[in-house]
Design a protein around this ligand. Structure first.
Ligand code: SAM
Length: 846
């Protein structure tokens, strides 16, 4: 159970006015109440999804109806499985019965329900509108629990669809995982949990000289500790900060946060023996949850309705392709990569997958994995093999016409026609061959795009999402960086061969939309194009930046050795001709630079460091606990007051790469903090254990361990800060006071064993400091409140801080004394004055 700090993100759906009249049939759906004024309607958006061949007409109608409804709130129980199940049980037993009995306007209000797609009832969603949540006490109480546990890190408020991709990565403890576009970090948190696995149980077994092998899966060579690593990366400085904030609370020593452009993510060096060839880190698993237009988030992100344009997806295709391609390069052979977006647009999805597979050398190098037997309860639709491409043209920024194209050739033909007939009409420079469906020359070469997964809003009342699982079968070629000259030459050659071009299709936007002749199922649709939306949704704006300009790194480093150079395959090659940016396959060349403010400074302490040695002896930490993984984050070393701990692989990577120009912006769990007390002489080890790192160390400790056995004692220690422990031995701290009386001043581990009968549904270990005349749990007020709520259902605890109260008393006494002395002074002064006056008077008189 984590103490943790603040984090998490709430699913804030704005109120709205449904564009299509809300859900029909059944009970009244409170989510469609017109509590807000935003109209959820966008003709061009609708036309594309209606005419693009995504769903049968009837199903499309249902999908569109759901897309215009508010999204249910959802959340996930997090942490180790045991912790997550324990908190889930408290939630089910304490809150569900009350919520289930609530009625609104004579009808039962739907209670939270587990989302069937995920195992163990660890994911829940709630369709109740926040107005109802605020109005009814059982919901309000539950809401309080939700907030407290989110703050503590035991619950993550995350959109249901966003939880899907990590499940398909099939991460095992011990794996090396890269999350390429990780901010704000909800999927990174899931991945970290998977890498962590049952680590705590395994370590406990190892520390007790039992085999740490619980389930036969994973690498147990590090005394049960997970040997895996998660590198969570994001290019955006601010968002990377959010990511650090989110993952810090995981207290996971096997985690590094970096800030790089994923499309040119640097190759990370591994340490090698002197004289040996350089080795680069390859990943067992990669998540590419790329920046996207986000049109699948329209249920919670109402901006999508106002701002959707076909250019959003077209503009992102190339960046998405570059990120995916770089990911495939860095993947181990046999490794797995999950590509995902919260967009339903095939240009950002299947088109990217097809182009990346082609660019990698085809299906013999990278295969789409059939995941139909995985998460069988997740309702999904197969990926698309055909789709159309929509874009708009304009003349002098006006008279927009929407066009739907079925092929690159149809697009070129249309362009040629207009160049002759209406040369002033501006065509998009965003359409490239790669955005169209691939054309296979043989069945063996066909990319089975149907293995991709599409999750639509109506299938299980979620947002829209796309997931594709890729496996690397062979080495991937490195794409040559193409310059404008060779692109232009290649284009000329291609143009010359394009003689028989099929008929063009266009959709005049201000008139009646014509359906292109190739499309069988399409029917004419009347629509009027709204004013052009000049600004794409905020998300798109931020995400279209590829970060190159900001990144002080150039693109010339040699790639890892195994990869040979060759050109991109046809579709991807053509894509480069038609789009302004090239697919760049090479990693960033790092510039060694002094560690600066953008990232943290890391200095590992030598394994015989005297300070660490002193601390570890004080707590009786086994010699088997590694001594070489402690670091400080300041040049002044131990002058600073925190000592961090990281996993072995994190240490190797940080040490090997920190001076190469890698932007490491977070790594390490705080293990010890210097304890500044006046009576230093009393204390043999003036360092205190930290809530963050205590669980990593505790199984290896022999000294300074006390055990709390009763709920009363725990309650007292939580509700009172610095309860008294007088020197004469009298105290009100029950078994804890007795154990502390026999202990020197300093920090200790306070264990709470799991004991259902005693009212402890999960084990805990908390740091406690024994002072000369008191004791204090080193747990902050928020975490105290969360534990009090979780274990004691204490909703509004009044936490007493004896020291603060005493300090306030002393201050008050000092103030009163000062007042008193002022008064006395005044009195004295006036008395003196009187006396003086008395004295003077006679003098004067004299
Ligand atoms: C869909 S969001 C990722 C959400 C995240 N995976 C999660 O679950 O919390 C896409 C992220 O990609 C980042 N991004 C945009 N361009 C990038 C690039 N070139 N390299 C790395 N990250 C990028 C954005 O800053 C954004 O945080």
């Amino acid at each position: 159970m984590r103490g943790g700090s603040r984090g998490g993100r709430g699913g804030k759906g704005k109120s709205f006015k449904s564009g299509r009249g809300g859900k029909k049939g059944g009970g009244r759906d409170v989510r469609t109440e017109p509590w807000g004024e935003t109209t959820r309607k966008n003709d061009l958006f609708e036309s594309y999804y209606k005419m693009g061949g995504f769903l049968e007409e009837e199903e499309f109608e249902k999908m569109w109806e759901y897309l215009a409804m508010d999204l249910p709130n959802s959340f996930r129980f997090t942490g180790t499985k045991a912790d997550a199940l324990a908190v889930r049980e408290i939630f089910k037993q304490r809150y569900i019965p009350g919520i289930t009995s609530v009625e609104f306007e004579g009808k039962p209000v739907p209670p939270p329900e587990p989302v069937q797609a995920f195992p163990d009832e660890l994911v829940w969603h709630m369709k109740t509108h926040k107005k109802i949540i605020r109005r009814f006490a059982p919901f309000a109480e539950f809401q309080k629990f939700l907030v407290a546990e989110t703050t503590s890190g035991n619950i993550s408020r995350q959109e249901v669809v966003s939880m899907i991709p990590p499940h398909f990565l099939d991460v095992k403890p011990g794996m090396v995982v890269l999350d390429m576009c990780a901010a704000p970090g909800s999927k990174s948190a899931q991945l970290a949990e998977m890498i962590h696995g049952d680590e705590e149980d395994r370590v406990k077994r190892a520390a007790n000289n039992k085999s740490p092998n619980i389930d036969g899966e994973g690498d147990y060579s590090d005394d049960g500790r997970s040997t895996g690593l998660l590198i969570a990366n994001d290019t955006d400085y601010k968002r990377a900060g959010m990511l650090v904030h989110q993952v810090k609370r995981l207290n996971f020593p096997n985690l590094i946060v970096t800030q790089h452009d994923a499309a040119i993510f640097p190759s990370i060096e591994l340490p090698v023996a002197e004289g040996d060839k350089k080795q680069y880190l390859k990943y067992d698993r990669i998540l590419a949850d790329v920046p996207c237009s986000g049109d699948g988030t329209a249920r919670k992100n109402v901006n999508v309705w106002q701002k959707w344009t076909p250019k959003d997806g077209l503009g992102l295709h190339n960046l998405q392709l570059r990120i995916l391609f770089r990911g495939l390069q860095m993947l181990k052979k046999g490794g797995r990569l999950v590509y995902s977006t919260c967009s339903m647009n095939p240009i950002e999805n299947e088109a990217v997958i097809a182009s990346a597979i082609e660019a990698s050398g085809g299906v013999s190098r990278v295969q789409l994995v059939d995941c139909s037997d995985h998460l069988p309860k997740l309702i999904r639709k197969p990926g698309l093999n055909t789709w159309k491409v929509l874009d708009t043209t304009q003349i002098n920024g006006e008279e927009k016409t929407a066009h739907m194209f079925t092929s690159w050739d149809a697009f070129l033909k249309t362009k040629e026609k207009y160049e002759k007939e209406e040369p002033e009409r501006q065509f998009s420079n965003k359409i490239s061959p790669g955005v169209f469906p691939p054309i296979a020359t043989s069945e063996e070469e066909r990319i089975p795009l149907e293995r991709c997964m599409r999750v639509y809003p109506h299938l299980q009342d979620t947002g829209g999402f796309f997931i594709a699982v890729l496996e690397k079968l062979g080495d991937i070629k490195v794409t040559q960086i193409r310059n404008s000259h060779n692109e232009a030459e290649e284009q000329k050659a291609k143009d010359a061969t394009r003689s028989a071009i099929p008929a063009t299709t266009e959709v005049p936007a201000e008139r009646e939309i014509e359906v292109e002749p190739e499309a069988e199922s399409a029917a004419p649709l009347k629509r009027k194009l709204e004013e052009d939306q000049p600004a794409p949704p905020k998300r798109v704006k931020t995400l279209t930046e590829n970060g190159d300009a900001e990144d002080p790194i150039s693109l010339v480093e040699e790639p890892p050795k195994e990869e040979n150079s060759s050109s991109l395959s046809n579709r991807a090659t053509e894509a480069q001709v038609a789009t302004p940016t090239t697919v760049v396959a090479k990693p960033a060349k790092l510039k060694p630079e002094a560690q600066n403010n953008n990232k943290e400074y890391y200095e590992y302490l030598p394994s015989d460091d005297a300070t660490v040695d002193g601390i570890l002896s004080f707590f009786g930490i086994s010699d088997r606990f590694p001594r070489d993984r402690f670091m400080v984050k300041n040049k002044q070393g131990l002058l600073l007051n925190k000592i961090y701990y990281t996993s072995e692989l994190a240490r190797s990577i940080i040490s090997q790469n920190k001076d190469r120009g890698m932007r490491f912006i977070h790594c390490g769990v705080v293990m010890f903090v210097a304890h500044k007390i006046k009576a230093q002489d009393h204390v043999k080890a003036p360092w205190r254990l930290q809530n963050e790192g205590i669980r990593i160390l505790e199984p290896w400790a022999k000294n300074r361990i006390i055990t709390c056995k009763s709920r009363d004692t725990l309650f007292r220690l939580l509700i009172e800060m610095f309860p008294k422990l007088p020197k004469d031995g009298t105290h009100e701290l029950n078994e804890i006071g007795d154990q502390l009386n026999a202990m020197d001043i300093g920090c200790c581990f306070m264990r709470v064993e799991q004991d259902e009968e005693a009212g402890f549904p999960f084990p805990m270990v908390l740091p406690l400091w024994r002072h000369p005349g008191s004791a204090n749990l080193m747990v902050d007020k928020d975490d105290r409140k969360a534990i009090l709520l979780r274990l004691f259902n204490e909703t509004n605890p009044n936490i007493i801080n004896h020291v603060a109260e005493q300090a306030a008393r002393v201050k008050e006494e000092a103030r009163l004394a000062e007042e008193e002395s002022e008064k006395e002074k005044e009195n004295g002064e006036s008395a003196d004055a009187d006396a003086d006056a008395d004295a003077d008077t006679p003098m004067t008189e004299l």
